[in-house]
Design a protein around this ligand. Structure first.
Ligand SMILES: [Zn+2]
Length: 288
């Protein structure tokens, strides 16, 4: 089977008033478990690959080939988008060369003129290959930034300029953050989301940092035009908690012959449960 671009998925989601989930892969097992979740609830799905994980797993080509083989072996029939998450310009080109169906160019920390210039170049290259391009305006805040309670806020004028370049997906900061939200977090800025949607026109919007946002806020964001939601931290936390419990309960000492196989199982089941819960919440379950 071949990968589907994020553009096709996001357009269907926009028309159907739901959002597609992007879940980040970490290893071979995580690829299979995210796919198993998508198959179980019949959801289109996006597999996010960070630059760090790409390095860890042997590069974009290894990942593109491996995922394709896994999809075939497991008989996956739901649409799958293979997406390079938060890429530099060069990494985006590499993912494009290696057969990814979607790339995100994160130029949000560059001057807007430079972000626009590089985005224009990448859009032409991606579209020549039928690959979708996601871009970011206003860097999504996170732990590494010290986590101000409000998060970053994108400028709608910059969002309009970016959207005019023909990008396929726009990630604009509306107070969302990567990692855990601080206790004094002010929540998503819905007036700004509304302004961003007006500025972006027909371009579908992306919400990064989708872990730990209240359900009603997620639903409201989808109503206001968010078509793709990235989830990573909640999967990671679920995996850690289940794995920690496995060791604390001494279960690793029961079957040492198969220890390496069974060690991952509780964590993977926990990740699958989070994926299914999110697919149902985002409304993409049953859409494949
Ligand atoms: Zn992100």
């Amino acid at each position: 089977m071949s990968y589907v671009s994020a553009s096709a998925m996001a357009k269907a989601a926009k028309a159907g008033h739901y959002a597609v989930g992007q879940f980040n892969i970490n290893n071979l097992e995580s690829i299979r478990v995210i796919m198993a979740a998508a198959e179980e609830v019949r959801a289109p799905v996006m597999l996010g690959v960070s630059m760090g994980i790409a390095r860890q797993l042997g590069g974009y080509k290894t990942i593109a080939d491996t995922v394709r083989n896994v999809l075939e072996y497991d008989g996956v029939t739901v649409p799958v988008c293979l997406h390079a998450d938060h890429s530099t310009y060069d990494a985006a080109l590499e993912a494009l060369r290696c057969g990814f169906s979607s790339v995100m160019f994160d130029g949000s920390r560059l001057e807007i003129e430079e972000n626009l210039r590089l985005t224009r170049q990448l859009a032409a290259l991606c579209h020549a290959q039928g690959v979708s391009l996601e871009v970011e305006v206003g860097p999504v805040a996170g732990k590494e930034d010290g986590g101000a309670a409000e998060g970053e806020l994108a400028d709608p004028v910059e969002c309009a300029a970016m959207s005019a370049l023909g990008v396929d997906l726009l990630a604009a900061s509306i107070g969302n953050m990567h990692g855990a939200y601080p206790p004094d977090w002010k929540g998503l800025n819905f007036p700004l989301l509304h302004a961003v949607r007006e500025a972006a026109g027909e371009v579908p919007l992306v919400l990064h940092g989708g872990s730990g946002i209240p359900e009603e806020s997620i639903c409201r964001a989808i109503e206001l035009g968010v078509c793709k939601i990235n989830v990573n931290s909640e999967c990671r936390e679920a995996f850690s908690e289940a794995t920690r419990r496995f060791f604390l309960d001494g279960l690793d000492q029961k079957d040492s012959a198969h220890m390496q196989l069974i060690t991952l199982r509780p964590g993977l089941e926990a990740v699958k449960a989070v994926c299914i819960e999110k697919m149902r919440l985002f409304g993409c379950a049953g859409k494949a």
